[in-house]
Design a protein around this ligand. Structure first.
Ligand SMILES: [Zn+2]
Length: 217
């Protein structure tokens, strides 16, 4: 929507300027003044509409790079727009679709609010994240685990918790802040997830412990 506003306003400004350049006099040969207010207004509208579009696109590119590192091949993160959020009734914070053969699409949708939280988190280089920001970082990791092929929620959740520190570091946090985020999610917020996201095997030395560097336990 905003993309269209930006494009149409830019085209309108160009069209007005071009029309003036092609016909600088009226039917009686009098000079026509350049339509500067209309052209300036449309040009300004174009820029104002383009700024959030460019910001959105840059955030998606950054999140896609991080997710691709976590997954091991190129994947795409789409940040839900405000317009998409308006018509969205789902309660989940992000999702990945699977085809009939159980293969994940190389694409995830992260909800509008969580993308905004990730933007704030990146902007502060991962310093002192609040609860919602920690969860947003974890949602990105969790969806990346689905794109790796994990369909089971408890397994995806456990694999994600073991990589939250990597996600945080890739988003710009220091090593200490990244580890603290992963430990906090595991120690505090994991207790709040639905039962089918939890597993008794997701613990130090448990069956789901991948023995990665920098574990959350
Ligand atoms: Zn999931």
């Amino acid at each position: 929507m905003l993309t269209w506003v930006a494009v149409l306003a830019a085209v309108g400004a160009l069209a007005l300027a071009l029309r003036w350049a092609l016909r600088r006099t009226d039917g009686l040969g009098r000079p026509i003044a350049f339509p500067r207010y209309a052209v300036a207004g449309l040009a300004l509208l174009s820029v104002v509409a383009a700024v959030p579009v460019i910001r959105h696109s840059r955030l998606e590119t950054r999140l896609s790079q991080v997710a691709s590192r976590l997954v091991g091949h190129d994947v795409r993160v789409h940040c839900q727009t405000a317009g998409e959020e308006f018509v969205d009734a789902g309660a989940e914070l992000g999702y990945v679709r699977f085809d009939a053969g159980g293969r994940p699409e190389p694409r995830t949708v992260i909800k509008h609010a969580q993308c905004g939280l990730l933007r704030n988190y990146i902007g502060r280089h991962g310093r002192s994240p609040d609860r919602d920001e920690i969860i947003a970082v974890h949602v990105l990791t969790h969806e990346a685990m689905h794109m790796r092929g994990l369909t089971n929620e408890a397994e995806a959740e456990c694999a994600a918790m073991q990589r939250d520190a990597s996600t945080a570091a890739l988003l710009g946090a220091s090593a200490g802040d990244a580890s603290a985020l992963a430990r906090r999610y595991f120690a505090v917020y994991y207790a709040d997830v639905p039962d089918d996201y939890r597993s008794g095997a997701c613990t130090a030395g448990g069956q789901l412990d991948e023995k990665l560097a920098n574990p959350p336990w």
